[in-house]
Design a protein around this ligand. Structure first.
Ligand SMILES: Cc1ncc(COP(=O)(O)O)c(C=O)c1O
Length: 463
């Protein structure tokens, strides 16, 4: 008999730094998941807070080490992109690590204000304000700068945005400019809709910023949508951006920072080979060599990692409710949740997560399809990043099988519309936050119960 654990051991180097098995059951970052299932039931989302700090520290180490290696003159600032997870407990944990924040909309600024009221941030912190901004967002940014957040930096997304700040901000202020990157050659459009086109930037600076003593251009920003990877496309976009920085720096002495956006990945399979150190060193070397070639001082570097900061802190566990054999080959394990509503990237982007059983690792396995609760035929999951199949332990008699999806900590709640109306009114799952006490013991706290029908009826007008 080939047990599930044999399959995993033969396919991967297992256990890994994040996953191990004790007896029959899975541990995630050392957390015995069956303990959570037994205490809280399923479906259950989990946030393991210490991983957020670990990831931030890792990111800082990567850049600081690479800068040291190349004797890079300039600092590195880690900025957390709040949109990847807005939860208070997530940002509170991230803020333990001397970071800055990036915002994407007006409501993000409301979060910043709340953090300030709670003494969690100071007015010196960089607040990098991205996005195509409606008036409310622009107003909030202006209010922040007027109230003394001197490093609150609107990153101009289009040529018209500056006028608002010129009128509303009452003191000297800094701005950034987002440069519109070219999309990956596989994409149906050529240039990103976000940011200002390369050809417009120098003239815009000369006409609107250079001559205005109130405004200083502090940073240039680019975000390459497909993420940071070791591809010719990424290196060419980064290089083009650094050339732009050099050209501007020659006429704009106060420009001293580049913001290369987010885009570091997290593990989507136990077979994950991304070489963070190599890629980081290439970034530093690319920036340094282009600046040297242009006789321009190297800039400070800021990143806005979202997925990398919070992805590996998150997991969701489902029960298999039943199995259905729909023809000779297609066996379904029906879960007590939905991919479309709770892991929407699996549906919208065909994104893969690490998927593992939580119990029964010593049981024989079989090929299955995982089915969600909505009526949508696309609510299923049946392939992994490393293989076009899904294997899980067989279910014997009345035994319960639990299945986990891991490294799901980024974007899934905001894209799925956490706490709102969900397809087929499938409720948002309960959410447990896991931390360690000073002795290293796990502490579980229930952040939210499973959504109840009243919240949906209220939204729908059945008050
Ligand atoms: C401007 C900007 N910065 C940072 C990020 C975060 O990217 P990631 O979560 O891939 O690190 C995004 C994501 O869309 C973005 O648009």
């Amino acid at each position: 008999m080939r047990r599930y654990i044999d399959l995993i051991r033969q396919t991967f180097d297992f256990p890994t730094e994040d996953f191990s098995v004790t007896d029959d059951n899975l541990n995630f970052h050392g957390v015995p998941l069956m303990e959570i299932v037994e205490q809280f039931g399923t479906p259950v989302k989990i946030t393991y807070l210490p991983k957020i700090s670990d990831s931030i520290q890792k990111g800082k180490r990567l850049f600081n080490n690479a800068m040291k290696k190349y004797n890079y003159q300039g600092s590195y600032q880690y900025c957390y992109c709040t949109k990847s997870s807005h939860f208070e407990f997530v940002i509170r944990e991230a803020l333990k690590n001397e970071i800055h924040l990036e915002t994407s909309s007006g409501f993000d600024i409301a979060i910043i204000r709340r953090l300030y009221e709670r003494n969690l941030i100071s007015k010196d912190m960089f607040i990098v304000c991205n996005g195509f901004k409606r008036e409310l967002y622009r107003q909030y940014i202006s209010d922040m700068v007027n109230s003394g957040f001197r490093n609150c930096i609107p990153v101009l997304d289009n040529l018209g945005e500056l006028e608002f700040y010129e009128k509303k901000i009452e003191r000297p202020f800094q701005v950034g400019i987002r440069v519109a990157s070219d999309e990956t050659p596989r994409f149906e459009l050529y240039t990103s809709r976000l940011g200002i086109r390369y050809n417009d930037i120098i003239n815009f600076y000369k006409e609107r910023i250079q001559s205005n003593p109130k405004i200083s251009l502090k940073m240039l920003h680019v975000f390459v949508n497909q993420g940071i990877d070791d591809s010719a496309y990424y290196w060419s976009e980064l290089s083009r951006f650094v050339y732009m920085y050099c050209e501007l720096k020659k006429i704009c002495p106060e420009l001293d920072t580049i913001d290369i956006g987010g885009g570091f990945p997290v593990k989507n399979s136990l077979w994950f080979t991304y070489d963070y150190q190599y890629v980081t060193e290439q970034i530093i070397e690319t920036i340094q060599s282009i600046c040297q070639e242009n006789n321009v001082p190297t800039p400070h570097i800021l990143t806005e990692f979202g997925i990398f900061t919070v992805g590996e802190s998150g997991a969701i566990i489902y029960s298999v409710l039943d199995q259905k054999l729909q023809n000779d080959k297609e066996l379904w394990y029906m879960i007590d949740g939905s991919f479309i509503t709770q892991l929407p990237d699996t549906w919208g982007l065909n994104k893969k997560y690490i998927m593992l059983p939580v119990n029964h690792w010593n049981v024989e396995y079989q090929k299955v399809n995982l089915g969600g609760l909505t009526c949508d035929s696309m609510d299923y999951y049946n392939s992994e990043a490393h293989r076009n199949e899904v294997f899980l332990p067989k279910i014997r008699g009345q035994e319960k099988l639990y299945v986990g999806f891991f490294n799901t900590g980024a974007y899934q709640e905001s894209i799925g519309g956490y706490g709102g109306i969900q397809h087929c009114l499938i409720p948002a799952p309960r959410h447990v936050v896991v931390n360690r006490d000073t002795q290293g013991k796990f502490q579980y706290s229930l952040f939210a119960e499973e959504q109840d029908s009243e919240t949906m009826l209220n939204i729908l007008g059945y008050i």
